[in-house]
Design a protein around this ligand. Structure first.
Ligand code: NAP
Length: 433
């Protein structure tokens, strides 16, 4: 029969692992278990709705999902419908591909005010993630602040300032598009705690901010160094040079005719979120960089804003039955090996960094380890999972059923939008009757 492998999580790291396993020369049966009905994790719920080409990778995942050796179990939650320990009894190998679902906290006073969001919840909201469908942020505001200068921060800033026409080819749900478009936002501030060259966003994303219909990118030229110092890695140096060139170009752009501004502000950290019950502003401290770290100078300033999105990274969630390192927010592992027959891939293995393709390497490595470590232990695998779920009340969906949900989402989209996502579990299950 071959080896049985359960992969927990259906984002890129889970699908790349399944793909590598079915392409290996070992006979295997691979089950992908996903908490939500819809697969593909951050491709569906994290990648920005206006960056559809990045989402095309899900076509490759559809091929894997349709492979005869692979079975998808959507709407099945490990920890609720079946425990990790039980999965390990049923399968020869279990792979944790659960990502990093939680927002890192700023840890400053005022973080509990209305209008303060972590990026996972705010991005999840405008991406129709069922957990955040009802976030209902108050966008009757003129200023919004985003903390962090990574790609997630720039995604949030861009989605807040793009025009309806610029979002037409996106799959943003109407419940998010309408309030964003109606919002009287004029100024979005992105704050980097270190210097302009330390920003983590990539150049394609940065350049796009210079070409928006109704938003002018604002950069203080005094914050831009003349050149990039020599670096060990010449590719890293080139990337920084590109970002510097883009930021410098922003300072030459004509703001005329643009009603919104996106301020790229560096060398500043939030000290306190100001306001009453709701956010009204931010108290910021100017920083200097010492040995690569941001150090406060004691000089402070305030900005007015009615919303704060902290896009400062994510962390994993402890899983009962797997050792967890609170500090890094990852499952304790040695190059992906967690325990006998238990593996980790993607962000829960190495933390929330890298691009989608980085998970391909994880998947390949995990498949190699499984092929090297595991032999058919005669465990029940898929049949065992099915009888376990039948005994409970879990309503799981398979890949064919997911394709039906997907078809409904595509058919209901007003052209040129590719889909109108169903944003609740009930709506998705209702499609299946
Ligand atoms: P990220 O790239 O690690 O950026 C996090 C940002 O938050 C950094 O600017 C960081 O500054 C800042 N930060 C962290 N803690 C802070 C604090 N306490 N106060 C102020 N600032 C703080 O993380 P991300 O933007 O969440 O992205 C996660 C991963 O997904 C990245 O690998 C990213 O490239 C990827 N991604 C890619 C795309 C794309 O390719 N288009 C889109 C979205 C996400 P320091 O540098 O000083 O720590």
């Amino acid at each position: 029969m071959g080896i049985s492998v359960a992969i927990v999580g259906s984002g890129p790291s889970g699908f790349y692992t399944a793909d590598a396993l079915v392409k290996s020369d070992v006979d295997c049966e691979v089950d992908i278990i996903e908490r939500l009905p819809a697969p593909h994790g951050l491709i569906r719920y994290g990648v920005a709705p206006d960056h559809q080409t990045t989402k095309n990778v899900s076509r490759a995942f559809d091929k894997t999902g349709g492979d005869g050796a692979v079975r998808y179990w959507g709407n099945v939650e490990v920890g609720r419908d079946i425990s990790l320990d039980r999965l390990r009894e049923l399968y020869d190998a279990v792979v944790l591909a659960v990502g990093s679902p939680f927002d890192r906290k700023l840890g400053i006073p005022g973080e509990d005010k209305l209008g303060v969001f972590g990026s996972a919840e705010f991005v999840g909201w405008y991406n129709a993630h069922p957990d955040f469908r009802d976030l209902n942020p108050n966008l009757d505001i003129t200023g919004a602040a985003v903390i962090g200068v990574g790609n997630v921060a720039i995604d949030i800033a861009r989605v807040l300032v793009k025009t309806r026409e610029e979002m037409a080819t996106s799959d943003i749900p109407d419940y998010a598009l309408d309030p964003i478009q109606a919002a009287p936002i004029t100024d979005v501030y992105m704050f980097g705690r270190r210097g302009a060259l330390d920003a983590k966003f990539t150049n394609v994303e940065l350049r796009e901010m210079g070409h928006l219909t109704n938003c002018h990118p604002v950069v203080d030229p005094a914050q831009l160094p003349d050149s990039v110092d020599d670096m060990e890695n010449s590719r890293d140096k080139r990337l920084k040079e590109r970002n510097l060139a883009s930021l410098r170009e922003f300072t030459t752009l004509d703001p005329a005719g643009k009603n919104k501004r996106c301020h790229f502000a560096f060398l500043a950290s939030p000290l306190e979120i100001l306001g009453g019950e709701r956010v009204e502003g931010l108290l910021m401290e100017r920083n200097e960089v010492v040995d690569g770290r941001a150090v406060g100078t004691g000089e402070t300033f305030e900005i007015e804003c009615g919303m704060v999105a902290a896009a400062i990274g994510y962390q994993g969630e402890p899983i009962e039955g797997a050792p967890f390192d609170e500090w890094s927010g990852t499952v304790v592992n040695e190059d992906g090996r967690v325990a006998d027959g238990l593996y980790a891939v993607g962000w829960i293995k190495r933390g929330p960094t890298g691009v989608i393709g980085t998970n391909k390497v994880d998947g390949r490595d995990a498949a190699k380890q499984i092929v090297a470590d595991i032999t058919d232990g005669g465990k029940p695998g898929r049949a065992g999972l099915e009888s376990e779920l039948r005994a409970g009340s879990t309503r799981w969906i398979d890949y064919g059923q997911w394709q039906r949900i997907k078809a409904v989402e595509e058919e209901s989209a007003p052209a040129p939008s590719p889909r109108r996502k169903l944003a609740t579990v009930d709506e998705m299950l209702a499609v299946l009757g």
